[in-house]
Design a protein. Structure first.
Length: 255
């Protein structure tokens, strides 16, 4: 057996081992690992936070519309517009969850095993196109699995870098929304005699000021969520598409 055949046999054995390990063992570890389970739980918690914040904001918006004057109406419209940003955050979270859920399966059960099979086909039948296609599939599979969990990890690190967790801020905002909504309804339910004097004016001003503070705090939370839960997942998806285009455009020499 000459040196070239020995090299081909050794490479074939390696490819078969990689194919079997990737499909039977690594794919199971990549999808069932406790780290990824925790990442999925974190994404689920973010979705619940967005839902809670959206419900609190809508409740606040409805309550503020009961306040007489244009100030309350303008503020209520701004709060209603915030739901569009929350919808973007939900889209980003769904993209993030789908990428995380499928990255291990696509990489280790589809791309890498099929890539190894194409490379084996080249070794046995000397087909250059099969080698080029196989190598590109393997490289892209590794890139998919490396990029997606990394982007989720970066997102969680950014979220954890704040002094107060997003969950605490959302909970505080929801409680604040309930308090302001109750106060607004109380002020508007007073009868005509109670509305005489400065007391009601002061009460309305305090309610509106509290609502403005709530709006500012909620905007801060939503802005942070848009960056970490929409911009980063969408950038990850775009990078994967660019990698796909770049890897498939590489010319690989076959000897």
């Amino acid at each position: 057996m000459n040196e070239k055949k020995q090299h081909s046999v050794a490479l074939a054995i390696l490819l078969i081992a990689v194919c079997l390990l990737s499909f039977l063992w690594v794919s199971r570890v990549a999808t069932d690992n406790a780290i990824f389970t925790q990442m999925n739980k974190t994404i689920d918690n973010k979705e619940q936070n967005v839902m809670a914040l959206s419900a609190g904001t809508m409740g606040m918006s409805v309550a503020i519309t009961l306040i007489p004057g244009d100030t309350g109406t303008t503020l209520a419209e701004k709060l209603s517009d915030m739901s569009g940003y929350m919808f973007l955050v939900l889209i980003g979270l769904y993209i993030e969850k789908i990428l995380l859920l499928l990255s291990g399966t696509i990489a280790f059960r589809v791309l890498i095993p099929i890539g190894c099979i194409f490379c084996l086909y080249h070794l046995f039948f000397d087909r250059g196109f099969a080698w080029r296609l196989g190598v590109k599939m393997i490289v892209f599979g590794i890139a998919v699995f490396a990029l997606v969990p990394t982007s989720v990890w970066v997102t969680q690190k950014i979220d954890n870098s704040s002094n107060v967790s997003v969950e605490q801020r959302v909970e505080e905002s929801s409680k604040k929304a309930e308090q302001i909504a109750k106060k607004a309804k109380k002020e508007t339910s007073k009868n005509i005699l109670d509305k005489i004097g400065n007391a009601i004016t002061t009460g309305m001003d305090n309610t509106i000021n509290s609502a403005k503070t709530y709006f500012k705090n909620t905007m801060d939370i939503v802005a942070a969520m848009v960056v970490t839960s929409f911009v980063i997942p969408v950038l990850t998806l775009l990078i994967l598409l660019l990698l796909f285009k770049s890897i498939w455009g590489i010319q690989i020499d076959v000897k």
